[in-house]
Design a protein around this ligand. Structure first.
Ligand code: TEU
Ligand code: CA
Length: 543
């Protein structure tokens, strides 16, 4: 793909994701907030990132940590005020950083004024803002289940109907088939655009066009029609980045979502690479050893599939996923080596990389007792799986491996009390390893994971091959090595990684030995014929 077609700003950007509750508390109430984020902008500028995606900070009863919104046009007092938000947008802009808001458009909170009206009666003007079906009490329209457990249908006495919710009962689904709903949403988006945001992340965007009667949740028949209408009426009026969360996307659909014609979104998050350590066809809690070939082939397939025809987003982590160094690396003996290896493998690919807070210092999972967890999904899974008769030990093993709270523990800034996150009692326990793993220590150590991320971000700006290059997987058959080449007319780059904690025989092809310049390496010097545990490097040739 030519350089010209790749000149949209977000194609050479690196995006940092903030989970505001857990990033930085400024007033000692134990909850991270917007002034806290502002106080850490210089840290982010030094890291080199271009934009911040902030998880929802809108007014919300916090049933699902803000993904249940009761007012899209206000900030929850827990996080600050609208003035704080404006201040954040301005301060970030001064540092060349854009703010990306999280739009939750599939559902609202049941405490949103629209829903409070909607549930009053069938005649209420807001009734049709949500998805209702007739039925009689204890006989829901069908057996669809909600993501966080239980039926997807909730009975309402006043209307004598069920409303539909794909997530918790406090997250009723909006009815996108109602044009009034769509217009309200577009107005709200334009209002945020006027405040100067640089883009949006769209929560479960592939589920908005659901047809529950036919059990269609993702990829409903009118999905692309709605997306194109929304983009026409909002995003396309400014130079924004948009990224849709799309668990149900395959390559063909992702090409449509992220087509270079700009009719829909800039890119989507797809999750294929996150299924390589679970039992096929089962839930994320049903653990399986990592299927490395599946992970590698999947990632390669997406690289090839979207090259020139769409745009990838590159991520290992987010607020819903476990910490990658614990999941795919070694968070004990080879924590630094494996965290850097994972970073190189991902950041060498084509697409826009996302770094989730704390990933850049190699933060790990948090294997707590059940009392220490807060997440609705995790707690419901605990209850439901015990009920299914799964031994408690196994239930906890899955939670330790996959629970969302692994990613939601407070950011580890220093080795002081509460890791420098808060002067009060944090809303969720700090990971006890904060005395070793923290930003202060990482900044001081030139060999830290942090400095590897910083370098990767800088390299992406320096060498166009990161953005433009084609992708070719080498060592296809290898059960341990992830090796690939990126190539443009003027440059080529090879990324080689040993994904495991033992030595693997391998030799760098001659041409690279002779002409290659090593851009980044997690060991000192090469060892002939061998990749050491979690060893990885990037090597570059200017043609
Ligand atoms: O997540 C979408 C989603 O489908 C999640 O339920 C996901 O399957 C799960 O977290 C994986 O463990 C988005 C948000 O990222 C998540 O935080 C919200 O809870 C959810 O939507 C509802 O808004
Ligand atoms: Ca606070």
């Amino acid at each position: 793909m030519s350089q010209k077609e790749n000149d949209r700003w977000w194609k050479s950007s690196v995006i940092y994701q903030i989970y505001p509750r857990s990033f930085q508390d400024s007033n000692g109430d134990g909850i991270g907030d917007i002034p806290g984020i502002i106080s850490r902008l210089d840290y982010l500028k030094d890291l080199g990132i271009d934009a911040i995606w902030i998880c929802p900070v809108y007014r919300s009863p916090q049933d699902d940590c803000g993904y249940d919104i009761s007012d899209y046009q206000d900030i929850d007092p827990m996080f600050g005020s609208l003035e704080d938000m404006d201040h954040l947008i301005r301060e970030a802009k001064k540092r060349g950083i854009g703010i990306i808001m999280d739009l939750v458009l599939n559902h609202t909170s049941d405490e949103h004024p629209w829903f409070k009206e909607a549930r009053k009666s069938r005649e209420n003007p807001y009734h049709d803002y949500y998805v209702w079906r007739d039925g009689s009490e204890n006989e829901p329209p069908n057996d669809l289940k909600a993501s966080f457990g239980g039926s997807a249908w909730e009975w309402v006495e006043e209307t004598g109907q069920y409303y539909f919710h794909q997530f918790s009962v406090k997250q009723p689904d909006l009815n996108w088939d109602n044009p009034k709903v769509r217009q309200e949403i577009y107005r709200m988006i334009r209002w945020w655009m006027d405040r100067g945001v640089s883009g949006f992340r769209l929560d479960v965007i592939d589920q908005i066009a659901k047809v529950p009667d036919e059990k269609i949740l993702a990829n409903g028949p009118r999905l692309h029609e709605y997306l194109q209408e929304m983009t026409r009426e909002t995003f396309s009026r400014a130079d924004l980045v948009t990224v849709g969360e799309a668990w149900g996307a395959d390559i063909e659909r992702a090409r449509k979502f992220s087509s270079p014609d700009g009719k829909e979104l800039s890119m989507v998050f797809q999750f294929w690479h996150t299924f390589a350590d679970q039992q096929p066809g089962k839930s994320k809690w049903d653990l399986a050893p990592l299927n490395f070939r599946m992970l590698k082939d999947t990632m390669a397939m997406w690289q090839e599939g979207l090259h020139g025809r769409g745009w990838n987003s590159l991520f290992w982590n987010n607020h819903d996923l476990p910490r990658v160094v614990s999941r795919l690396g070694d968070d004990k003996v080879y924590r630094t080596e494996s965290a850097k290896m994972l970073a190189m493998v991902l950041h060498g690919m084509q697409g826009t990389p996302y770094i989730y807070q704390g990933e850049e210092i190699g933060m790990t999972n948090a294997p707590y007792e059940i009392e220490d967890y807060r997440d609705i999904e995790l707690l419901h899974a605990y209850r439901d799986r015990l009920r299914e008769g799964i031994p408690r030990e196994d239930v906890m093993r899955s939670i330790h491996a996959k629970g969302r709270d692994n990613a939601r523990t407070p950011m580890q800034w220093d080795d002081g009390p509460c890791a420098g996150f808060s002067e009060g009692e944090p809303w969720i326990r700090v990971n006890p390893n904060c005395s070793q793993i923290n930003v202060k220590a990482a900044l001081a150590d030139p060999d830290s994971v942090y400095h590897c991320y910083r370098k990767l971000i800088a390299l992406r700006k320096e060498y166009p091959v990161f953005r433009d290059g084609s992708f070719t997987l080498l060592e296809h058959e290898s059960e341990e090595l992830f090796v690939y080449i990126r190539e443009t007319e003027d440059e080529k780059m090879l990324v080689a990684a040993n994904f495991f904690g033992r030595e693997i025989y391998w030799s760098l092809p001659e041409e690279w030995k002779e002409k290659g310049k090593v851009l980044l390496h997690n060991y000192d010097g090469m060892k002939e014929g061998m990749l050491r545990p979690y060893e990885a490097f990037m090597i570059h040739i200017r043609k």
